[in-house]
Design a binder for this molecule. Sequence first.
Ligand code: B4P
Length: 190
Amino acid sequence: MLNLVLFGPPGAGKGTQSQKLIEKHGLIHLSTGDLLRGEIAQGTELGLEAKKLMDDGKLVPDAVVIGMISNKLDSNKNAKGFIFDGFPRTVAQAEALDSLLESKASAISGMIALEVNDDELERRLLERGKLSGRPDDANPEVIRKRIVEYNDKTAPVAGFYKGQDKFTSINGVGSVDEIFTQIGEVVKEY
Ligand code: B4P
């Protein structure tokens, strides 16, 4: 089973590259950001709680996103593999994901981290905000808060996978196709 974690700060290109990876490898795409926005669109209680945090650039509680991922793993029992996009975002989430996969006799194949500087992240997210209307992309202050939250809580997840010898970092600045080619070189090794 091929189980990839696509990692990087907000706007690094995780969602963009995930789309290309699912087309090429037929994996199931699990984006916690998309799942949360789905809850918001349906107006569920979980969505209402998540929206307050997301609009303020904060992470949603671990238990909420771990529960969503657990349900998705259970409902895709015959999958060839998964792309985890925007998950895990904390070390607690990474530990929970290992346990969930282990209980299904599976494991993470590797993490690929996209490195992009803060100015480029802000530029990309503001650009997307103009088209998508995503409230968390519309405001430079919220974007900066998301980057701070990433540095505080999410960046340590890289150390978790380095400790398992499953971490590869690539340059996330360049054309979408150039970056996809670099990702392909890494995936070949898994
Ligand atoms: P996400 O939906 O995961 O938001 P993101 O990190 O901004 O998306 P992504 O990184 O995929 O964007 P992409 O680069 O593809 O999360 C949103 C919020 O949900 C979080 O802030 C948090 O509140 C909550 N949340 C989600 N998961 C959570 C978890 N596990 N735990 C707790 N909370 C969680 O795209 C960005 C833009 O760049 C696009 O417009 C794209 O077209 C452009 N782009 C991509 N590649 C490019 C390139 N090479 N060159 C130029 N532009 C490029």
